[in-house]
Ligand binder design. Sequence first.
Ligand code: ATP
Length: 216
Amino acid sequence: AAQAQAAFRAVILGAPGSGKGTVSNRIAKLFGVCHISTGDRLRYHIAKQTDLGKQVKEYLDSGKLVPDDAMMKFVSQEIKLSKGQNWLLDGFPRTVPQAEMLDSVHPPSLVINLTVPDAVILERVKNRWIHVPSGRVYNIGFSDPKVPGKDDVTGEPLTKRRDDQPEIVQRRLHEYEEKTRPVIDYYDERGLLKDFAGVSTDELWPQIQKCLHALI
Ligand code: ATP
């Protein structure tokens, strides 16, 4: 069946805290595509203190975008590692030059854009705890871990993202408006954009699922 399907090469866009990660995990599970989250992978490199991790730490901590050349190099490697599997890119491209680079190597066939009100984003980010090795995310009051402060699968401790402090979230939202908004327009002009708006992932998910079933 997998061979009969057309290649699924998708990008998911949305402001920080818009639920890209949650939606991406659901898509990956349901459709068996390889989920490449640049934020998760970069945080993993930082935790492991690799060369790349050391190079990008300051950017992530302060809520600034990592320079394009470093990101492009990293993402093209990640795509190569996925060995022709179907993929869903989460967190890339975030600038027009990144989108152009992606087009030159692996043009996406679909771009999912999530729109969620800023107030919802700020509240979510405040309550967010993560498990760095796996990228699993918990939201206090919405998706609590079974044991407070511990990952459900491994029992390892959960941590706060440094860039989830309110001032840094503001900076990330600003970066998003300035640098990533043009990427939305870029894909819209090419007829690839599918927009989904709402206040919760559970509200967006049925619409997204319907759209994907029609395409896959
Ligand atoms: P959320 O995870 O809440 O949806 P987000 O989209 O801001 O929010 P990540 O995708 O996890 O968060 O990215 C976190 C940080 O990683 C960014 O603020 C940036 O520093 C860096 N980063 C990730 N992807 C890119 C990219 N494509 N270009 C530049 N920097 C990136």
